[in-house]
Design a protein around this ligand. Structure first.
Ligand SMILES: Nc1ncnc2c1ncn2[C@@H]1O[C@H](COP(=O)(O)OP(=O)(O)OP(=O)(O)O)[C@@H](O)[C@H]1O
Length: 606
């Protein structure tokens, strides 16, 4: 906070110095506006002393009319204030927009791989608007406080100088206390924003990877880490609340103690020859002008001021370099239990493991489905009905069927994302969702059609499912095998940071395929995971998976996938048929239909 304040202060001074004329105009209007503050207490005192208390009701009413007129003039002056404010605030917004656009263009030219920084949109819209609004609010409030305080103190002085003795000491003490809270409060506010950002980053990553989290049985670890971040945010909020309480104390000291003192010392003041009208006038200054102005100032400086500082810090920090406030979200966390590391995109080990841990699963598990029935709701038609299926260890099974027949449902059941209504699914003899079974993340990986890639380095993305990490040579060979090499090169190597929004669907699928290929899980489920690749790229990726030891279940996107499989499972409503490509062609009219409609896309036999 210290650094950003120190960095921003000279820029702010330069900005204001270049606008002296606007500032003077603003001060002029404010002075006129503050006349009503002065007349507010003075008019009331005069109305009482020279009018109502001496029986001159007309004089009293005339003074009140003067006070009311001052309010109207103050209102008109307010129009001038707002015009001056626009001349001050709009150039700030323009200058921020220019800076953000200039920097992101420079960055786009210098580092094409990082060109699509989606945060730029937020900086150009939301954040510049927050900066503009907060700045406008601060100028309004600070100006209003200064001129109100000046008007009220001048009024008190002209009513009776002794009044200043009662009002000024607590006012100054309260303001000093308030100023002393600003820096720690800003630091707490920043800590709170950071904790909040860390939590939303985490939730974003979890939401994107929810399917894998459940498939890997990592709910507990994921929840535990989220609870940790929630606790951090709650702690930051408690600290912030502590400082807010100190700020209340400052407000009480500066704004409310003078009122109390005035009331307590009223008998003494009256004995000094001060009239009741003057006491009432002083009370009017304190309750109608000073206290509200203080209240607004403290609230605005405490919230809008900190917000402005934080947003300006982000807007004026190079977008290529993470602002200090978000550095915590970099993937630097380490874990004592390696088995949990791969569940979180932000925590995958970034340094290569000393020894290559190439995916060398055994032959793969045996999958058995016995009389499996599944429906999406109690009254819904079952998607799968009484399905029996055995997939042998190391077998390469392709699932085909018309759209909406239940292929994804089947993979989700095998992955343990869904539970059958009837029947059971066993992997190597164990129920899929056995609570005390081996770590599911080490057993199976499901790659869905919508591949997810998170903000981080390519290495972190690829190692997401490798609890023990992997060497660079393993990364290279898996990337080469699935056809990811050119993309790795284009992005600038495994340690290049990637912005998911800048990748095409096919590129994301390639990264997800590389991640699955590197994983040590002996069972892979690819649910149309190559649908955004062209036939040649799909062929290459499928060959890589066919060469990888383990059991492989692929929901086919093209007929070529089916032709390459050991065996094909054809889902047809509530029936299911298994066989080789030629057997199904001979036996199943539906398969012939499917093969016919797929044929134009096929490249021929893999
Ligand atoms: N979450 C869900 N809630 C209710 N019904 C669902 C849900 N998910 C899928 N379905 C329905 O279940 C049936 C099977 O869907 P599924 O996605 O498994 O089919 P699919 O063969 O994979 O389809 P596609 O080839 O189009 O991806 C469809 O009728 C689908 O509308």
């Amino acid at each position: 906070m210290k650094t950003s304040t120190a960095r921003l202060a000279p820029r702010a001074m330069r900005f204001l110095r270049r606008r002296t004329r606007v500032l003077l105009l603003l001060a002029g209007w404010s002075l006129l506006e503050s006349a009503h503050t002065f007349l507010g207490g003075y008019g009331v005192a005069k109305a009482l002393d020279d009018g109502f208390l001496t029986g001159h009701t007309g004089v009293g009413l005339a003074w009140l009319a003067v006070t009311a007129l001052a309010v109207v003039i103050g209102g008109l002056a307010g129009r001038g204030v707002f015009r001056g404010l626009a001349d001050l605030v709009e150039p700030l917004r323009d200058s921020l927009v220019r800076q953000v656009v200039g920097r992101s263009l420079t960055q786009a030219v210098a580092k094409p791989a990082h060109a699509a920084d989606s945060a730029v949109v937020s900086r150009l819209t939301n954040q510049t608007e927050i900066a503009r609004d907060s700045f406008a609010g601060l100028v309004l409030v600070a100006r209003s406080f200064l001129f109100t305080a000046a008007g009220a103190l001048l009024g008190l002085l002209s009513l009776a100088p002794q009044l200043l003795l009662i009002v000024v000491p607590p006012l100054v003490a309260g303001l000093l206390l308030f100023l002393a809270t600003l820096r720690p409060m800003a630091a707490r506010q920043r800590a709170f924003l950071e904790a909040d950002e860390a939590l939303s980053t985490r939730f974003g990553a979890v939401a994107e990877g929810l399917r894998d989290v459940v498939a890997c049985g990592a709910q507990k670890q994921t929840a535990a880490r989220a609870y940790g971040l929630i606790e951090d945010e709650a702690r930051a909020a408690r600290h912030l609340a502590g400082w807010a309480a100190v700020r209340c104390l400052a407000l009480g000291l500066a704004g409310q103690l003078p009122i109390l003192l005035l009331l307590v010392t009223a008998p003494w003041l009256l004995r000094q020859g001060i009239t009741a009208g003057v006491v009432l006038g002083a009370l009017t200054y304190l309750t109608q002008s000073l206290l509200p102005a203080l209240h607004t100032l403290m609230n605005a400086l405490g919230s809008a001021g900190t917000r402005l500082l934080v947003v300006l810090d982000r807007l004026t920090t190079d977008s290529g370099q993470e602002p200090a406030t978000t550095s915590h979200s970099a993937p630097t966390t380490t874990h004592s239990t390696p088995t949990t590391a791969h569940f979180a995109p932000t925590t995958t080990p970034t340094t290569p493991a000393p020894a290559p841990v190439a995916p060398t699963p055994p032959n793969g598990p045996r999958i058995e489905l016995r009389a499996v029935t599944f429906a999406y709701g109690p009254g819904a038609q079952p998607v799968l009905h009484d399905l029996d299926l055995t997939v042998q260890p190391g077998e390469h099974l392709v699932v085909v069927g018309p759209s909406g027949i239940g292929k994804s449902t089947l993979t989700a059941l095998i992955a343990g994302l869904l539970t059958p209504g009837d029947g059971e699914i066993r992997i190597d003899g164990r129920p899929v969702r056995a609570p005390s079974g081996p770590d599911p993340s080490l057993q199976r990986v499901l790659i869905p059609q919508q591949a997810y890639v998170f903000s981080g380095t390519l290495r972190e993305n690829l190692l997401y499912l490798c609890p023990d990490g992997a060497s660079t040579s393993s990364l290279e060979s898996s990337s080469e095998a699935v056809g990811l090499g050119p993309l790795v090169h284009r992005l600038g190597g495994f340690d290049a940071r990637i912005a998911p929004g800048s990748l095409s669907q096919g590129e994301r699928q390639l990264i997800a395929l590389g991640r699955a290929h590197l994983s040590p899980a002996p069972l892979l489920l690819l649910d149309e995971a190559t649908c955004h690749l062209d036939p040649a790229a799909e062929l290459r990726a499928e060959r890589a998976f066919a060469d990888r030891p383990g059991t492989l279940i692929i929901v086919a996107h093209r007929i070529t996938s089916a032709r390459r499989a050991d065996r094909i499972l054809l889902l047809d409503g509530t029936r299911a048929t298994c066989g080789t490509h030629d057997e199904l062609l001979a036996r199943s009219p539906l398969y012939r239909d499917l093969a016919g409609s797929w044929q134009p896309q096929a490249l021929g036999r893999g």
